[in-house]
Design a protein around this ligand. Structure first.
Ligand SMILES: [Cu+2]
Length: 355
């Protein structure tokens, strides 16, 4: 039997070289957990101490949370809307908790990769360049032809090579993409995943046009929403097929240290994706409020109403819509309701303001 996470931490003194360095950082951070001084004092400050160097990572928790990549749009000779992106795989060490570094494989230098956003019915082109040291691909969770699937023989790309995936944007919803090269669990876990958001085209949904307008970026109906991308992930920093850290958007406790500012007068929409490897499920539990949930985001009416916890297996995703308009301002925690995940990094706050 391989050692458990706890046995591994206990055995760290016996390791050498780079593995020991990573493991010692893990141990140091683990020892510091529970003695932190970060936000969430009411919770005993049960978090890490110190700060991640976001400049060195090349991305900030706020960017991961709020920035959508709309690509380049054009109209083809047939009059069809086309949207194009360029995504490059690069090997990159990232800091996932203060002093804890993970040798990631990334799309465009970030984990998760860019949050690709488009509109139902568009023609999507993704030029994928493999600048990494292993074969990689982009496998889209969408409706598409077999030859665009990103598996072996269908768009898998050797180091230094490129491939252009071309698919129609369907179905609308909250989806994901990830590398589909074997060994799959290692290629995904190393960081090759991201969110694919296909907004519904209101013209195609006359019966539910208002709901579709509220989801379609660029409309006045959509502008009032406060939208966030949240990818639940974990990191195996000592390569024992168990996660030492968990997070929402990679950086342990990032939104506990700096709560997400939300105006109570405006509704909140979360694009929630679970890519956590090694553990069967992950979850999203909100304090002090309940919410509506749209499994996979492929419907315009909720698939669950008035819940405060949802679970997702790996690859599952959905929309969460939250209304704080009747609430007093303050800090509202949300976290994985696997308590271990929460205590190892997947714990966050909304700071609801009186606006
Ligand atoms: Cu890969």
């Amino acid at each position: 039997m391989p050692p458990t996470r706890r046995q591994a931490i206990a055995a760290i003194a016996g390791l050498s070289g780079a593995a020991a360095l990573t493991a010692r950082h893990t141990l140091a951070a683990a020892q510091q957990a529970g003695h932190g001084t970060g936000h969430g004092g009411a919770d005993g400050g049960n978090t890490v101490v110190g700060a991640v160097d976001h400049d060195a990572n090349g991305f900030t928790p706020t960017e991961l949370l709020t920035v959508f990549d709309y690509g380049e749009t054009s109209i083809d000779p047939d009059g069809r809307a086309v949207r194009e992106w360029t995504i490059t795989a690069v090997d990159k060490e990232i800091e996932i908790a203060p002093g804890v570094f993970f040798p990631a494989w990334t799309y465009n230098g970030r984990v998760p990769g860019p949050a690709l956003r488009c509109v139902e019915g568009e023609r999507l082109r993704i030029q994928f360049n493999n600048g990494g040291t292993h074969p990689h691909s982009i496998h889209l969770h969408s409706i598409h032809p077999a030859r665009m699937d990103g598996i072996s023989g269908a768009g898998q790309v050797a180091p230094g090579d490129s491939f252009t995936y071309e698919v129609d944007a369907k179905p609308f919803g909250c989806h994901l993409y990830h590398c589909h090269t074997v060994p799959l669990k290692r290629h995904i876990h190393k960081g090759l995943y991201g969110t694919l958001i296909i907004d519904p085209d209101p013209e195609r949904h006359p019966e539910q046009r208002d709901a579709a307008l509220g989801r379609r970026h660029g409309t006045p109906e959509h502008a009032r929403w406060q939208e966030f991308v949240m990818v639940m992930n974990g990191f195996d920093t000592n390569f024992d097929d168990e996660n030492e850290f968990y997070a929402m958007n990679s950086i342990a406790f990032a939104y506990a240290h700096e709560p997400i500012q939300v105006a109570r007068s405006r509704p909140i929409r979360v694009y929630l994706v679970n890519v956590t490897e090694f553990d069967p499920i992950n979850s999203f539990h909100l304090h002090g409020n309940f919410y509506d949930y749209y499994d996979h985001g492929t419907t315009l009416t909720p698939t669950l109403r008035m819940v405060d916890t949802v679970i997702q297996c790996q690859g599952q995703r959905g929309l969460i819509e939250i209304d704080f308009s009747g609430h007093e301002p303050g800090l509202y925690m949300f976290h994985a309701h696997q308590s271990e995940f929460a205590e190892l990094g997947w714990m966050s706050f909304f700071e609801v303001t009186n606006q």
